[in-house]
Design a protein around this ligand. Structure first.
Ligand SMILES: Cc1cc2nc3c(=O)[nH]c(=O)nc-3n(C[C@H](O)[C@H](O)[C@H](O)COP(=O)(O)O)c2cc1C
Length: 206
């Protein structure tokens, strides 16, 4: 059982292969929000991961993929931030998620009992398609998304040269998302009440 003082971990995964990535800048701010709530944080930049395309059954995974899987496995909270490419997530971001197949044999598998916050960065006026796609993935991997999502519109002008949000509102939303993930992760990882009957309904007598 997790000790009360033990720090929960929130891992951010995202960014594009571009050197000044808006989705990566947004992710950094959201992780700051999680840190403000007392979570330990780690940023996993998809560009730095430099993963090969996931191929099932190809033998030993590369070190970067093993590191990604380990970080996700050890985390209670996750923040995903993808660029919006052709109305959905980018290939490199989705490939990183494909590598989470390494968690299929974990007990419990994949993202069970993990909380996920979602961000997208688009060039146009909205980016909900990428958010919705990511939500499908979270559900497929048995995770839980928090209600707040942040689709960053016109990402090319949303951040300054240092990667700081130009608008206070965007900064607030991203930090709030990080805080929400950390708070929900704390709740979801709390031990179940002792009197909670977790048997299937048909097996209960009263
Ligand atoms: C291949 C490609 C496809 C894109 N498709 C879309 C799109 O469908 N809708 C949109 O609003 N922006 C689109 N964009 C713009 C990106 O979403 C925008 O540049 C965003 O900032 C990318 O994230 P990044 O800053 O992390 O690289 C596209 C960009 C590229 C390179």
């Amino acid at each position: 059982m997790r000790g009360e003082r033990e720090t929960l971990s929130t891992v951010g995964i995202g960014g594009s292969l571009r050197s000044r990535s808006g989705s990566l800048a947004a992710l950094r701010v959201a992780l700051d929000g999680a840190a403000e709530s007392g979570a330990g944080t780690e940023l996993i930049d998809v560009r730095e991961l430099d993963l090969p395309a996931f191929a099932p059954g190809r033998g030993e995974p590369p070190e970067a993929a093993a590191r990604l899987a380990r970080a996700v496995s050890d985390a209670q909270g996750l923040i995903w931030s993808s660029p919006l490419y052709h109305g959905t997530v980018s290939g490199s971001f989705k490939n990183a998620l494909d590598w989470l197949e390494l968690l299929s044999d974990e007990e419990p598998a994949y993202l069970t009992d993990k909380t996920v916050g979602l961000i997208s960065a688009g060039g146009g006026s909205q980016g909900l398609q990428a958010i919705n796609t990511m939500e499908f993935v979270v559900r497929a991997l048995r995770g839980w998304t928090v209600p707040l999502v942040v689709p960053v519109a016109q990402a090319w002008r949303a951040f300054d040269l240092d990667g700081r949000p130009r608008s206070e509102e965007l900064e607030l939303q991203l930090r709030m998302l990080g805080r929400e993930v950390a708070a929900a992760a704390l709740k979801l990882s709390a031990p179940s009440p002792r009197n909670l009957d977790t048997r299937p309904v048909r097996e209960r007598t009263a």
